[in-house]
Unconditional design. Structure first.
Length: 303
């Protein structure tokens, strides 16, 4: 039997919300898939932390021939395990995304129901009302009206400001890319350089002011000049200059670069919140205020 989806975004929750509890009246698959995704995230963070702690990279201070500057040169003697990170990232994203498909299937088969088109039962991620209506026609219109309402308020077009990207939209896109198109491009790049050591001017009376010029058009790699300390006058190094690079894992997606670790933390937090609403309904008497919902705010790092 088909029912129409709720048409108003501000429709209040049902008086007695249906609580979907894994192992009681609902499948445990959504929680299991989310937990496995969380485990992959933790594993990736641990691997990156161990790689960084093992000091596989360094930055050399190379005095220029004219002795008016110090080039900061990257050294990566053992390479960067970016393919391994990419595989772990794909596994994490796939499990988080699959947890929503598991919810969709559980709703479609709730209370021994049989969906008319089982192959069409996937969790919809709709960017506009037209896509939502197509999802309702495909299978959503057959499920309990309360479940329809919960699915609708998860859709990006109901709460994401124009020009923003929702967590679910980005998760969906990345999962499709990893499964059907190409490997996710994960790399390591410089986050900061901690300088230790000093230099002195040949002429102690010189009034030069040092200036640091970091290049933003290069990726961290062996032999790459990351920037230059321009001294403004000839210098000589006083002892050994120690440079400690701080690294970060990054993901390139749709011509934008995102910091992987904070991005994954936002995925974990937001997907768990969305799953809880899908399973238990809204706790308040109305829909959450716009400020309580998060778009994907992990944007490109500042230059």
């Amino acid at each position: 039997m088909s029912t129409d989806a709720p048409s108003e975004d501000n429709q209040p929750p049902f008086a007695q919300p249906i609580r979907l509890v894994g192992g009681v009246n609902f499948t445990t698959w959504p929680d299991l898939k989310w937990s496995r995704g969380n485990s992959h995230v933790s594993a990736l963070q641990s691997k990156f932390g161990e790689w960084h702690a093992s000091a596989p990279v360094s930055v050399d201070a190379v005095l220029r021939e004219d002795r008016r500057g110090i080039d900061l040169v990257a050294r990566v003697p053992r390479g960067i395990p970016k393919h391994e990170w990419s595989l772990d990232l794909g596994d994490a994203l796939h499990n988080l995304r699959s947890s929503f498909d598991a919810v969709a299937w559980g709703m479609a088969t709730f209370d021994d129901a049989s969906p008319t088109n089982p192959r069409k039962v996937t969790f919809p991620v709709c960017e506009d009302e037209k896509q939502w209506k197509e999802a309702v026609k495909a299978w959503v219109g057959e499920i309990h009206p309360e479940f329809q309402q919960r699915l609708r308020i998860m859709q990006p077009f109901t709460y994401v400001p124009a020009g923003s990207v929702s967590v679910l939209s980005m998760l969906h896109d990345l999962d499709i890319q990893d499964k059907h198109r190409d490997i996710l491009t994960v790399s390591a790049d410089l986050h900061e350089i901690n300088l230790g050591g000093t230099f002195e001017y040949d002429d102690h009376d010189v009034q030069a002011v040092p200036r640091v010029d970091m290049r933003t058009d290069v990726k961290f790699g062996d032999g790459v000049v990351l920037g230059t300390i321009h001294t403004g006058a000839p210098i000589r190094l006083h002892g050994q200059m120690i440079l400690r690079p701080g690294m970060k894992a990054q993901l390139t997606h749709r011509d934008a670069t995102h910091d992987v670790m904070p991005m994954l933390q936002q995925f974990i937090t937001e997907t768990r919140r969305c799953l809880d609403i899908l399973l238990f309904g809204l706790a308040s008497t109305g829909l959450p205020d716009e400020a309580e919902w998060s778009s994907m705010d992990v944007g490109p790092p500042p230059e």
